[in-house]
Design a protein around this ligand. Sequence first.
Ligand SMILES: NC(=O)c1ccc[n+]([C@@H]2O[C@H](COP(=O)([O-])OP(=O)(O)OC[C@H]3O[C@@H](n4cnc5c(N)ncnc54)[C@H](OP(=O)(O)O)[C@@H]3O)[C@@H](O)[C@H]2O)c1
Length: 342
Amino acid sequence: MSIRQISIALIGFGNTGRRLAELLVERAGAIEERYKTRIVCTAIATAHHGSIVSGAALDLSLALDLVRHGKPLMSLPGVEQVKDSFEAISRSSAEVVIETTPLNVDNAEPALTHIRRALETGKHVITANKGPLAFAAREIQALAASNNLYLRYESTVMDGAPLFNLVNRTLPLIEIKSMRGIINSTTNFILTRMEQGSSFDEALSEAQRRGIAEADPGHDIDGWDAAVKAAVLANSLMGADLKPGMISREGIRHLERESLIEAYHSGKRLRLVTTIERIGDRVEARVGPEEIEAGDLLYVIDAFSNALIFETDLMGTIAIVEQNPELTQTAYGLLSDLLSIL
Ligand SMILES: NC(=O)c1ccc[n+]([C@@H]2O[C@H](COP(=O)([O-])OP(=O)(O)OC[C@H]3O[C@@H](n4cnc5c(N)ncnc54)[C@H](OP(=O)(O)O)[C@@H]3O)[C@@H](O)[C@H]2O)c1
C-alpha cells in the first residue's frame, strides 16, 4: 500500500500552531492508516524564534522542544534560515500553508499578506486568524477559487466547532435568515463570575490567570473580537460584505455587578450577544449586552462556553454549543480543515 506525502508550512508557531504540531505527532499513525497520507512540515515562521524552510520533513517534536526552551528553530538539522514569514511562504515547497499569527483588528496584517502570498504561489491555505476573513473575505476567496486552491477557516469562530462545515457541507440550499450567539469566551466568563458576586476586575484577573483573556483584554471586553467574528460569519455564510467597523458594537466595561446579580435573581442573565440578520436585501450585525430569558437556548451558556443559533428557511432552528473549549479544540479545527483538504 503506497503512502502519499503532503507538506505543510506553519506560519505562526504559538499556542495554536504548537498544539496542532503536537496533534500531528500524536495522531500520525491514525492519519497514515485512515488517509494513506503522511503529513510532513517543511517550513515554520515565527516572530522571535526565526523562520526556516527545509527540503525534507522537519522533526516537529524537536521543533516543539526548541521553542519550549526558548531556542532558535535554526538549531533544527538540515534547515535553511530565511528572512521572515513572507520569504518562508514564497521559498517553501509546502502544499498547504497554515496561518496562526495574532489577530490585528486594524487591517488584518500580516496575516492577510501571508494568505495572499500563499495563494499566489499555489498553496492551499488554512487559517485560525479571523482578521483576513473579516476584512477581505471576497478577495481571498476569489483568489483561492481562481487558482483552484482551498481556503479553509473552521477555527476562526468557536474554535473547532463545525459552523462553516455544518452549513457548507451538510445543509445544501439552506438560506440562513439569522445567526445569534455567545461567541466570546472571555466576556462570557467575566459576566458569569460577576453574577456570582465577583467584581469586573476580579473576574478579568481570573480569566487572565486561567490563560483565556489576553494581557490586553480590550479586544474582548469592548466587543471587537465578537464583531470581527460576526463579520466572518456574515461574509461567509450570508453572502454579506461587512467590515468589523460597520458592526454596531457595545462592550461590557460599563456593566455593574449589581445589575447582573439582579437579573440573575429575577430569572434572567446578562450576556454579550452577537446577532446577524438578513433585513430585506441587507445583512446587519450587532454586538452588545442583552438580557436573556430563562427559555432562551443561550440561557445555559456559562463560563467559557460558546453557542450559535441558526434560523434557517428549511431546517428551522439549529444550535451548536461548545462547552468550555481549550486549545485542543482550536488545533482540531485546523486539523479537520487539513484532513478535509486531503
Ligand atoms: N488561542 C486560541 O484559543 C484561539 C482560538 C481561535 C482562534 N485563535 C486565533 O489563532 C491565531 C493564533 O493564536 P495563538 O493563541 O496561537 O497566538 P500566539 O500564541 O500569540 O502565537 C502567534 C504566533 O505567531 C507568531 N508571529 C507573530 N507575528 C508574526 C509575524 N509577523 N510573522 C511570523 N510569525 C509571527 C508568533 O511568533 P513568536 O512565537 O516568536 O512570538 C507566534 O508563534 C490568532 O489569530 C487567534 O486569534 C486562537
